[in-house]
Design a protein around this ligand. Structure first.
Ligand SMILES: NC(=O)c1ccc[n+]([C@@H]2O[C@H](COP(=O)([O-])OP(=O)(O)OC[C@H]3O[C@@H](n4cnc5c(N)ncnc54)[C@H](O)[C@@H]3O)[C@@H](O)[C@H]2O)c1
Ligand SMILES: [Zn+2]
Length: 392
C-alpha cells in the first residue's frame, strides 16, 4: 500500500470551498448490516463513502445525517433518470427533503459552460440557498459537472455523490476534483470541492453497458498495479459476483492517496496516473467515437508496463500478468491503427510534460509504483510504437 509520510496539512483551503455551512458534523451513521464504509480523512472536509447493494433506497435517510432537510437539487441526465431518478426522489422526500431534479445533457456534453448556466439558473429558480445541497446521480461526467455546480453556486454548497458507473464508483466520485471541458482540452476548468458523502449502490451497475463496465476495469487493474497485489489478483481472475468488496478496496486506495495529496501538489496523487500519460494521448488521437477512456488506459498500461520492465526492474512475469489481466477483460493490448507520431505530438503538448522531461508512473512490481523521469524520449516513442504491434 502507498503509505507515505505526512498528510497535506500545509495546504490552504480552496477558495471555492468555504466553511461547510449547512453540513452537519460527522455523525455515527446508523448503518444496516452489510454496508461497507470507507472514510476519507481530510480534517474539516472529511466524509464517508458508503457501499452496499440497494443503498440507493436509503439515500435520503443517509443524506439526512449530513445535510439538513430542505430544498436540494438532484443533477442527472435522461438515461440515468430513466432508471434511478424516481427511486432517489422518493427516498429523499421520505427523509424530509424537497428535491428538485435538474436534467443535464448526457455524457461529456454535461461538462460545458453551456450546460452549467441553465442548471445554475434552475437551482436559483427552485429557490436553493446556501443551506441547500446538490445530489449528483450518474457517472463521472454528471459527477464532475454537479460537483462544479455545487462549488460555484453561492460560492460553494455541499454535495452528495451517487455514482452509477463503475468508473465513478472506483474513481471520480471520490477525491473532490470537479471540472468541465474547453474546446482546447478536457477538465481545463474546475475546482477542488470535496463531497460531503458518497453513496455507492453497485446494483445500479446492472443497467450499465457491458463495454462501459469493462473499460472501468482498467482503473481497477491500475489500483492493483500501483498499490494492492491482492486486488490485482482478484480482478485478474475476472469479474466478481459481488462488486462491493472490490469497489471498497479501490475507494480505500483512492482515499489514502487523496488524504496525502488532496491538491495534487506532491507525487502521491500522480501515482493514479499509471497508464494515463500515454493512455490520454492514445484516447485523444483516436478522437470522438474511438476508445473509451478505460480502453485507452489499458493501452497506456501496456506501454507503462514495458517502460517499467526497462527502467524500473519490473519482472517479465509481472509484465505478462498485467497484459493478461487486461486481455482477460477484453480490453485492448495493442492497436494496429495507432499513429505513433500523432500520439507523441499530443503527449508533448500535455500539461504533464514538464521542463522537457516526461514524468512517468512506473511499477517495480505489481503492488508498488513511483514517479520516474528516467525513460528518455526515444524509450517513450518506442513504447508507443510497440502498441501498434501484437508482441505477445
Ligand atoms: N473527478 C475525477 O477525479 C475523475 C476521475 C476520472 C474520470 N473523471 C471523468 O469522468 C468522466 C467519465 O465518467 P464515466 O466513465 O462514468 O462516463 P459517463 O459519466 O459519461 O457515463 C457513461 C454513460 O453511461 C450512462 N450511465 C451511467 N450510469 C448508468 C447506469 N447505471 N445504467 C445505464 N447507463 C448509465 C450515462 O448516461 C452515459 O451515457 C469523464 O468526463 C472524466 O473526465 C473524473
Ligand atoms: Zn482514468
Amino acid at each position: 500500500m502507498i503509505m507515505p509520510l505526512a498528510k497535506d496539512t500545509g495546504a490552504p483551503e480552496p477558495t471555492t470551498q468555504g466553511p461547510r455551512l449547512g453540513l452537519r458534523a460527522a455523525s455515527p451513521f446508523v448503518l444496516h448490516r452489510g454496508v461497507q464504509r470507507v472514510d476519507v480523512d481530510l480534517g474539516s472536509r472529511a466524509y464517508p463513502i458508503l457501499i452496499a447493494e440497494g443503498l440507493l433506497r436509503q439515500a435520503g435517510s443517509l443524506a439526512a445525517e449530513k445535510v439538513p432537510p430542505g430544498r436540494v437539487a438532484v443533477i442527472t441526465s435522461p438515461p440515468i433518470a430513466h432508471h434511478y431518478l424516481e427511486g432517489l426522489l422518493a427516498s429523499l422526500r421520505e427523509a424530509g427533503f424537497e428535491p428538485h431534479p435538474i436534467l443535464m445533457p448526457d455524457g461529456e456534453a454535461a461538462k460545458s459552460f453551456s450546460a452549467l448556466e441553465p442548471a445554475l439558473c434552475a437551482m436559483a429558480g427552485a429557490g436553493l440557498d446556501r443551506r441547500s445541497a446538490v445530489f449528483a446521480l450518474g457517472g463521472g461526467a454528471i459527477g464532475d459537472a454537479a460537483g462544479l455546480l455545487a462549488a460555484l453556486f453561492m460560492r460553494g454548497i455541499p454535495y452528495v455523490q451517487i455514482p452509477t458507473t463503475l468508473l465513478a464508483m472506483v474513481d471520480s466520485s471520490v477525491g473532490g476534483k470537479t471540472a468541465i471541458n474547453l474546446p482546447q482540452g478536457k477538465n481545463l476548468v474546475g475546482a477542488f470541492h470535496q463531497p460531503g458523502l458518497v453513496i455507492i449502490d453497485p446494483a445500479t451497475l446492472a443497467t450499465l453497458d457491458d463495454r462501459e463496465l469493462r473499460a472501468s476495469v482498467a482503473e481497477i487493474i491500475k489500483y492493483g498495479v500501483i498499490s494492492d497485489p491482492a486486488l490485482f489478483d482478484d480482478i485478474a481472475g475476472g469479474c466478481p459476483q459481488d462488486w462491493a468488496p472490490i469497489i471498497r478496496r479501490c475507494c480505500e486506495i483512492k482515499a489514502r492517496v487523496v488524504e496525502q495529496d488532496e491538491f495534487e501538489r506532491k507525487d502521491v496523487r500522480a501515482l493514479l496516473n499509471f497508464g494515463h500519460t500515454i493512455g490520454h494521448a492514445v484516447e485523444a488521437s483516436a478522437g470522438y467515437g474511438g476508445w473509451l477512456h478505460g480502453e485507452a488506459v489499458a493501452l497506456g498500461m501496456v506501454a507503462a508496463a514495458l517502460l517499467s520492465r526497462a527502467h524500473a526492474g519490473l519482472s517479465p512475469s509481472d509484465e505478462s500478468r498485467i497484459l493478461e489481466a487486461i486481455a482477460r477483460h477484453r480490453l485492448p493490448t495493442h492497436w494496429p491503427e495507432l499513429d505513433p507520431a500523432k500520439v507523441w505530438e499530443i503527449m508533448r503538448r500535455d500539461k504533464k510534460f514538464r521542463a522537457g522531461r516526461m514524468r512517468f508512473v512506473l511499477a517495480d512490481r505489481i503492488g508498488h509504483a513511483f514517479v520516474s523521469e528516467s525513460p528518455a524520449e526515444s524509450d517513450v516513442r518506442d513504447a508507443i510504437a510497440s502498441l501498434a504491434r501484437k508482441l505477445r
